[in-house]
Design a protein around this ligand. Structure first.
Ligand code: PLP
Length: 397
């Protein structure tokens, strides 16, 4: 009889969003006319920008024209898009060759697929609180997972240390869920640590576009030495509203080698075997994101989310509640007032003011006592949620 991958039996039920859905569903059964202020969503709400829509339409027309029709494209990405993305990095002072950029269907796909590059006996470090996919993808492969908890004392930005030694190091900056972003110096210490130990950093840059402080790195390749120890995984999901359209890109420097193997060559071999690439239409739409017009338009959308963040930060500041993130990230990570547990706080907000957020405990045990708000909701709902929270929590911090 076939033997299934028994590591799937080791996966914990992803009960976080399930439990949230159950609790909000039960509330709506009892209060069918209630409007919920959904501040938990990790999905964008604004539509694609005009430059992207125009490019998508043109690409559809190309597919209707015998002369312009596109069949298979190169598996690692259309040359026009790899070039535009490499140019985008060059404008930010990072020299990359076009063939160091790989076009993907998004960061989630890539975070899972890229693990093909590493031996199953290798270990993975996950700094918690963390995006749950890092742990689950490694559990499925039966890898040893080392959890590095972080806390408010270190601003949820852990420093490298002996117990953090692992083969694969996940770093997400700005972080989901805490919103914390590593400084150049902090990231430099992780790069040195990875190079010294022969590890590889998987740098999840899904939220880089939300960084507004000039001093903070938006790419790990701003750090000297990263070209010999890091892979950067990027996404247009939050940057340009591509959550439903699907496009990401991954940077694997040609200088990244371990055990006599070149990771860039290995990934070319992997992609040319396991995918036929991303659709021509979507890659055309993605190219428009990097045009001058596209960049202006996506920045205007990000400003809307940032204004939501400002409204929430002002409310928490007035309440005297400690929080992380918000400034360089679409997430705010607040301390539950009065020492409340994160599910207890969830119930309070849902039942008293119809605001729905995400309990911190769902991102690792060290997230208990914290709560995540996303800023991707509508400005109207965000302002009302902030007003309701201010009224409910005054005097409770
Ligand atoms: N990485 C992080 C930290 C995320 O929060 C998300 C989505 O929420 C992703 C990756 C996945 O992004 P994509 O939509 O590109 O698959």
């Amino acid at each position: 009889m076939i033997r299934p991958n028994m590591h799937y039996a080791d996966l914990k039920d992803s009960y976080l969003f399930y439990r949230i859905a159950q609790k909000t569903g039960a509330y709506l059964v009892e209060h069918p006319d209630a409007h919920l202020y959904r501040m938990g969503i990790g999905d964008v709400t604004l539509p694609l920008c005009a430059a992207v829509i125009e490019a998508l339409h043109e690409a559809v027309d190309d597919q209707a024209d015998t002369k312009r029709f596109q069949g298979y494209l190169p598996e690692c990405g259309a040359p026009f898009l790899r070039k535009i993305i490499a140019e985008h990095y060059r404008k930010r002072g990072i020299a990359l060759a076009d063939d160091e950029i790989f076009v993907s269907s998004g960061a989630s796909d890539e975070l899972g697929d890229i693990l093909d590059l590493f031996d199953r006996g290798s270990s993975a470090l996950v700094m918690e609180p963390a995006y749950p996919a890092y742990v689950d993808a490694n559990v499925m492969a039966g890898r040893k997972i080392i959890r590095l908890p972080s806390d408010e004392g270190e601003g949820f930005l852990p420093e490298p240390r002996e117990e953090a030694k692992a083969d694969i190091l996940y770093i997400c900056s700005p972080n989901n869920p805490t919103g914390a972003a590593f400084s150049r110096e902090q990231l430099g210490r992780w790069v040195d640590f990875a190079n010294a130990n022969g590890s590889v950093i998987l740098f999840d840059a899904a939220y880089e576009a939300f960084i507004e402080d000039d001093g903070l790195p938006r790419s790990i390749f701003e750090i000297r030495g990263a070209e010999t120890c890091a892979i950067e995984i990027c996404s247009l999901s939050k940057t340009a509203g591509f959550t439903g359209t699907r496009l990401g890109y991954t940077v694997i420097p040609r200088t990244l080698e371990r055990g006599g193997m070149n990771f860039n060559d290995m990934w070319v071999r992997n992609r040319t075997t396991k995918t036929n690439g991303v659709s021509y239409i979507i890659q055309k739409g993605a190219a428009a994101v990097f045009s001058e017009e596209g960049q202006e338009q996506i920045r205007a959308n990000i400003r809307v989310y940032k204004e939501n963040a400002r409204i929430l930060m002002n409310a928490l500041d007035r309440l005297g509640i400690r929080y992380f993130g918000g400034r360089n990230s679409p997430y705010l990570w607040m301390k539950c007032p009065g020492g409340m547990g994160s599910w207890e706080f969830f119930d309070l907000l849902l039942n008293e003011i119809q605001v729905v957020g995400t309990p911190g405990e769902g991102f690792g045990a060290c997230g208990e006592g914290f709560f995540r708000f996303s800023t991707f909701g509508s400005p109207e709902d965000t302002a009302e949620a902030a007003r309701r929270m201010t009224a409910l929590l005054a005097g409770r911090a």
